[in-house]
Design a protein around this ligand. Structure first.
Ligand code: ADP
Length: 401
């Protein structure tokens, strides 16, 4: 059984083809610069590579290229698309309509498109990719959608409501949705397995730290609270996103700089965070390097990041009345020993003690980094959202037979 996983953006179509017999990636790539000019790159498990400028006026041409790459030339890994059992799509915003992955119908594509107001950058391109895919793949090849928000649909109202007038929720659907749900679901499941425990018996704080970062309280396998909110802007300081700020600061700065709401949104989403505070880069490695070389603003934002994560861990331990494990994932969580150490130091009161040497020497692999006497286990758990999308896709297609 082969499953194609697609992650479509406004100008890109990232894909992975997985063989579900052994859950291995057979080919992966990106059809990029859609609507601009076009570039495609891909790699297969045999080491063959594709790299070429293309013409991608729309997602349909990008999809046709994807098919060409995996069915012809050096990068041919299947004879035809008929070998693909299903296509799984990552969808950012499912709002409170979708609480789990599901088979795609025309009505569901329209519903995803209609949610574009809540996720303008993502949902419309997702709908374009779903329609393009339908045109290009065989008619009997099912498509499945997997939502970043679905895992968080188990949050209780007290966690997802904002203290705004009720009509904001009732009329405009303004509430916390949470994101990175596919990752939090994957890594919390992997951790339960690694700990040899039933997810039902665990309270986990899952820290997904990458260009975008979110932290989720997972109680008995369910998300009960998370740091990203109505959009992926809320929570901890990120690469270029501010994270949570006093809303009054937003209106004040918009007035001071004479920014429109859209310009202010850009300011918060693209010019803030590690980049905005440090003035160095949005990339944690660059910021860490600058901090190590004595750059005070880089040091400051690194300290802010660790401090904010630490506070959310404490608040989620309070929300869940305890925690059994903290996990780190994402580019920063898996790789940066400095951030993990900064977060975990002086956390003995909460029962967290990491083995500093082990933490320093571990990157990108499933590993417990807490000391044997630490009441709370601390783990690094590499994420794999594509694999979970492929697993969901396979399960849904099998169940629908
Ligand atoms: P995205 O959220 O876009 O998926 P990633 O999860 O790949 O991003 O995370 C990207 C971040 O991870 C960047 O800030 C990068 O600097 C950081 N990162 C990647 N490798 C390392 C490393 N070896 N040490 C520290 N930070 C790292």
């Amino acid at each position: 059984m082969k499953i194609l996983v697609v992650n479509a953006g406004s100008s890109s179509l990232k894909f992975q083809l997985l063989d579900m017999e052994n859950e291995q990636v057979i080919a992966k790539g990106n059809c990029d610069r859609i609507g601009i000019d076009g570039h495609a790159s891909a790699k297969t498990f045999t080491g063959a590579e594709y790299n070429a400028d293309c013409n991608f006026p729309t997602h349909t041409e990008a999809f046709e290229k994807l098919v060409e790459i995996i069915t012809t030339g050096d990068t041919k890994v299947i004879n035809s698309m008929a070998e693909i059992s299903a296509v799984g799509h990552r969808i950012v915003q499912g709002a409170d309509i979708f609480d789990k992955s599901c088979l795609v119908t025309d009505e569901i594509i329209d519903q995803i498109d209609n949610l574009a107001e809540l996720a303008p950058v993502h949902n419309h391109p997702h709908a374009l990719a779903l329609r393009a895919c339908k045109k290009v793949i065989p008619a009997d090849c099912p498509q499945v959608v997997v939502f970043d928000t679905a895992f968080h649909q188990t949050m209780p109202p007290k966690a997802y409501m904002f203290g705004l007038p009720y009509e904001c929720y009732r009329d405009y659907h303004v509430r916390k949705y949470g994101f990175h749900g596919t990752s939090h679901r994957f890594v919390s499941g992997e951790l339960a397995r690694a700990m040899g425990k039933n997810p039902e018996d665990l309270k986990i704080v899952s820290c997904h730290l990458g260009n975008g970062s979110s932290i989720t309280a997972v109680d008995a396998g369910k998300s009960v609270d998370t740091t990203m909110g109505f959009t992926p802007l809320d929570g901890v300081v990120m690469g270029t996103r501010s994270g949570a700020v006093d809303p009054s600061a937003v209106t004040y700065v918009a007035k001071k700089l004479g920014l429109t709401p859209d310009e202010m949104s850009d300011y918060l989403n693209k010019k803030s965070g590690l980049l905005g505070v440090s003035g160095v880069s949005s990339d944690n490695r660059e910021v860490q390097k600058a901090a190590d070389e004595g750059n005070e603003r880089a040091k400051l934002v690194s300290e802010m990041l660790c401090y904010e994560i630490k506070k959310y861990i404490g608040s989620f331990a309070a929300a869940m009345n305890g925690m059994d494990a903290v996990l780190f994932t994402g580019g920063i969580g898996e790789n940066s020993w400095e951030v993990r150490q900064g977060v975990c130091e002086n956390m003995e009161y909460l029962g967290i003690k990491i083995d500093e040497e082990l933490n320093k020497n571990t990157r990108g692999k499933l590993m417990k980094i807490s000391t044997p006497d630490s009441k709370v286990e601390v783990w690094i758990v590499p994420t794999n959202e594509e694999l979970l999308i492929a697993r969901d896709t396979l399960a849904i297609v099998e169940a629908s037979k």
